[in-house]
Design a protein around this ligand. Sequence first.
Ligand code: FB9
Length: 461
Amino acid sequence: MERNRPIYVRSTIVSVEQKSSNQWQLTDEGKSVVDNGSHEAIVFNTIPSDGMLQGELMSSVPNAKIGFSKAMSAGWIRMDKKAEGGPRVFRKVESIQDSVKECLEKIRSLNLDGITDAQKAEFKKRKLITSVKVNSFYVTKGEGFTLDIEKLEADLTAEMMANGSWKKKTFKPYNFKALGIMPPSGHLHPLLKVRAQYRQIFLEMGFAEMPTNNFIECSFWNFDSLFQPQQHPARDAHDTFFISDPANAHDFPKDYLERVKKTHSEGGYGSQGYKYDWKIEEAQKNILRTHTTAVSARMLYKLAQQKKFTPVKYFSIDRVFRNETLDATHLAEFHQIEGVVADYGLTLGDLMGIIYEFFKKLGITQLRFKPAYNPYTEPSMEIFSFHKGLKKWVEIGNSGVFRPEMLLPMGLPEDVSVIAWGLSLERPTMIKYGIDNIRDLIGPKVNLQMVYDNPICRLDK
Ligand code: FB9
């Protein structure tokens, strides 16, 4: 091995050069001519010395029409149209030279000597030959040509360095274009990808995220603080999951609880209340929260304890639980997305405006609002968007202005209003990733490969 040649470079064993060319090849008909003679030669050879009826000739040989025409043009045969019994065909010469057959034999052996362009054009027109592109590889010996395939070393080892054996080895050159091995990594679930997008939208709009790390909530914060009466059907076990241990909560702001109790049972703040015997035992019951509005209530109460009110924008995206009938798009839990704005003198127009802004960041601009009912908001509106794919208006959320019976017992100033809206995380995720059954998105039957494979989430695209 030359001393000055780098150890990792192997000299060329063979050089390969690709060349493309167009080549004439025989068609099946051309091959038949080589095997059986040209059509005109077959016609000539079929005619006996005393001639034959043209009709008989034309029906007795294949390709008789082209053969007859070419034989006539070549001066090999003649026709007597007035012969007795009908037009007869006779030979004009003793013998013929089948040049078509001879040329095609040469073309088959790739010998085009003496074959004119006009002949090639004629054969091509008669569909006897066709031009094909042929890719050829010309292999020549390189300066390092050898018949022994020497194993290229992939690694320079300490042992080679120590004993000097590296000097006699040839190393495989590094392939710096090789892609690295995909490192094993985690994969975000589609729901979490979409949650990140919604979180980003809220943050861009100046909202702060609420602490939602308590799936278990007491009925007081989940219902009573929201002025939702204790006999409301949503508070029954068929809609709500109750916790057996600990079944009850005991830590409430005492003064606030009394104000809530009074507002429900006797009214107050201009409201007649529900006029029922409000029971703390109902408020103490622990449940799995049915909406993140329970967290909003806690945050608004905390806000009201400030000496001086300050406007806020809060949001939350987290799991809520409802003991509802399951189907292809509903499970007993879902992720609720909620936005809340508290400020002086907010109106329904402000609520519509901020909902427009929110959904515009999702690429949705066609909205409609439909009057609705929520126990804790008045007025309330369902939000609809025109779905281009389905060509119809679909519900995409709910919204409203929190009632004074909810806000004033907390201690918020009378001129402060709070607007809020909500939607689910699952619905947009299923739409985004084209998932029809929620069990393909969430739950024990989810195909984890879907989690690995599904693309990045961009909600505005
Ligand atoms: O998310 C819903 N639909 C939706 C949302 C987004 C979407 O695509 C994205 C825009 C690109 C497509 C559809 N809905 C609300 C409407 C329906 O899906 C509905 O059938 C299911 N609703 C859930 C509750 O059902 C028991 C979705 C969930 C929901 C409903 C209401 C709220 C939150 C979630 C609320 C609220 C609220 C109201 C006032 C004040 C505070 C909170």
